[in-house]
Every structure is written in C-alpha cells, then in structure tokens.
Design a protein around this ligand. Sequence first.
Ligand code: ZN
Length: 243
Amino acid sequence: MRALIISDVHSNLEALQRVMDDAAARGGFDAVWCLGDVVGYGPDPEGCIDLLSRQELVCVAGNHDWAAVGRIGVEQFNDRAAQAALWTAARLKRDHVRFLAGLALVERQGDFTLAHGSLRDPVWEYLVNRDSALNTFSRLTTPYCLVGHSHLPFLCRERDGVAEFAPFAENESVSLGASRMIINPGSVGQPRDGDARASYALYDSDEGAVTRHRAAYNVPVTQERMRRAGLPEHLIWRLSHGR
Ligand code: ZN
C-alpha cells in the first residue's frame, strides 16, 4: 500500500495538482492522507476540496478548516489569516462546508495516527519542541504520528524517553523501525522552510519507509488568482519565498 501524505494545502490547487502528478510519476499511491488546513490563505478552496474528495482520502481538520466553517472564530488569527478565512467562508458551497465541518480531529490508519497540530491540541498546538513532542508521544497509541501545522518538514524520534528532532531532507527515505516517530511532511500550498516548492511525503508499506519529496509548481499562477481574489499582498508575496 502506498499513501500520499500531504498537509497545509491552503487552497493552492496549482500546488496540489502538481504534487499529485509528481507522486503519480514516482509510482503512484492508493490513498491520500491529509493532515489538515485544506483551505485558508489561497484562492481555490472549492477546487482543492473537490480534487481531494475524488481520492481515497483520510483527512483531519486544521485550524483554517474549522475557521472557514465557523467552528472556531478568527480572533486567534493574525489579520491576514483572518481576512483570508472570511473570504474563504463567504464562497464555500454547502457541500464544501459539509466536507470541512465533518473532518475528525484525529484519524488512525494502521501504524499511523494523523493530526493537524499535535495530539494534545490537534487544532492549535505547534509541535516544534521537545515538550510538545514528548506530550504527543505520551498520547500516541500507534508507532508513528503524522502532523502538519508548522509547515516545517521534520522527523522526531523517541529514544529512551527523549524526543530527538532531525531535519527531513528532500528525497530522504526514513525506514520505520523500532523507535516511535513523529513525522511532518511540510506544506503543499504555503511552504515556510525557505523553499517555494511544494513539500510532501510518500509512505510505502512494502518498503516500510516514508520518503519526502518536493514538487516545483507554477507559483505565479496561484499568485495571480490570489491577486484577482483580493487576498492580502503579503500572502501572495510569501509564496515566492517559501516563508
Ligand atoms: Zn497551515
């Protein structure tokens, strides 16, 4: 079984389409595991939901998904994120609202647990330090956990009660072995690790490995659509820089 692992698509259909094409060219996938924030920031919320809905999909809710359907307010968002969330909410049709509102906070697939931020606080917590990683390990009932939210790809292994973070490099293949692990595949639609290309991972159950990849997409196409939609200039700018 092969799963395409994606997170933080953020209504960037151009990037999502390229990631799916890239993954198809690398041997394809049987299922899509999405770690939340399908919408928010970008210009194509309906297109991204429609494309994902046509896949064999397991998807958890992110903070932007809930904000777009009113399950949380936008008070905790910065001004630009709030503006984009309200823009998204205003254009979603009933089916899209139903899709987003129906997403669970945590899903389990075989040896993996999927959540957007962390297992302590799936919608909001950024899993970026040892404290948050150890807390998620303490709640983890499967060997491996997949998270997004920070838009930063990483690996975090549990060894002798310690959480060890390591970079998850492009084209790096990590073997799933004895130690438990938290994996972040990076962001499809708004990378923040200084690389503008979309980031994702592929899980292959025969190989027992997860591999991270990057896919270059046509950033100006997304940016032009954002400009036409009147989305904040900073959100447009940052896609060129991967930050
Ligand atoms: Zn996000």
